[in-house]
Design a protein around this ligand. Structure first.
Ligand code: URA
Length: 269
């Protein structure tokens, strides 16, 4: 095992697991091509696959219900959001009353980081800590996300971090299609303003909503999806909150991160 990889595995807390499992160097590319990912050795094909195509629908600000029916925001509201600059967008989010979540939030959680970042990390929705602080990923899951980013050489300040929902769903329940339908135009505008080189989606909810698909997480990992209109590559991995509950999956998450690095550098499509 080379020194860099050993350091990374230590950061992710994987080394001990690997030793125990007697896995000697399988964590890298092999991680990205785990059972689910391997199903899609399609790599390049992934860029033009059905999920990618559905991403176009996502970029057109239409969230999808579990059955695939779009839940669209009224066109005037969509159009207004699509022309805002960063400051206008932040103000619109802060004042948003498009869905019922505005009534229970402490504050909105717009996003944080470098507005010229090459990497955009997309999560699901603020939790209790984020709702109080007004910043995404500041709780325990956020600490792990920071470690994951550090493991691939990215300081939190060098990336941009946002969620599909800008307000906390009470009790941290899953977002409803109506809520994501109202809120996704904000994320799409953030993506249009940022024009990231790569989007790392953490967790099923973020990935399914951004890509506009119902595909299980296992089948979304391990390939680059193209998000319209620019074909921005989207790589999917586990949510850090899940990894806190299932540390045995960290090795696969590391594989996803390595894969994302390759995609960001244009070495994988
Ligand atoms: N989980 C998320 O998906 N986003 C956050 O901001 C915090 C926890």
């Amino acid at each position: 095992m080379d020194a860099r990889r050993a350091a990374v595995l230590r950061v992710l807390g994987v080394e001990r697991l690997e030793r125990r499992a007697g896995v000697a160097g399988a964590a890298g590319a092999a991680g990205a091509a785990d059972a689910a990912g391997a199903a899609d050795a399609a790599g390049a094909a992934g860029a033009a696959d059905a999920a990618g195509a559905a991403g176009a629908a996502g970029a057109a600000s239409a969230a999808r219900t579990r059955t695939g029916a779009p839940v669209a925001l009224a066109p005037p509201a969509q159009a207004a959001t699509a022309t805002l600059d960063w400051e206008g967008l932040a103000s619109a989010v802060a004042a948003c009353t498009r869905c019922a979540l505005h009534a229970t939030r402490t504050q909105t959680v717009f996003g944080v980081g470098d507005r010229a970042a090459e990497w955009l990390v997309v999560g699901e929705a603020p939790g209790a800590d984020e709702d109080l602080k007004g910043e995404p990923f500041v709780g325990r899951a956020g600490q792990l996300l920071n470690s994951m980013l550090r493991a691939i050489g990215l300081a939190r300040e060098r990336v941009y971090i946002a969620n599909v929902l800008k307000c906390r769903p009470p009790g941290n329940r899953d977002p409803t299609p109506q809520e994501t339908g109202c809120c996704l135009p904000y994320l799409h505008r953030q993506i249009a303003l940022l024009r990231p080189r790569i989007i790392l989606c953490v967790g099923r909810i973020a990935a399914q909503n951004l890509l506009g698909v119902d595909t299980p997480l296992a089948r979304l990992r391990g390939r680059a999806h193209a998000l319209a209109p620019l074909g921005t590559p989207v790589v999917v991995t586990y949510h850090p909150a899940y990894l806190l509950r299932a540390p045995g999956e960290k090795r696969k998450a590391w594989g996803d991160l390595e894969f994302a690095l390759e995609v960001a550098h244009g070495r994988r499509a």
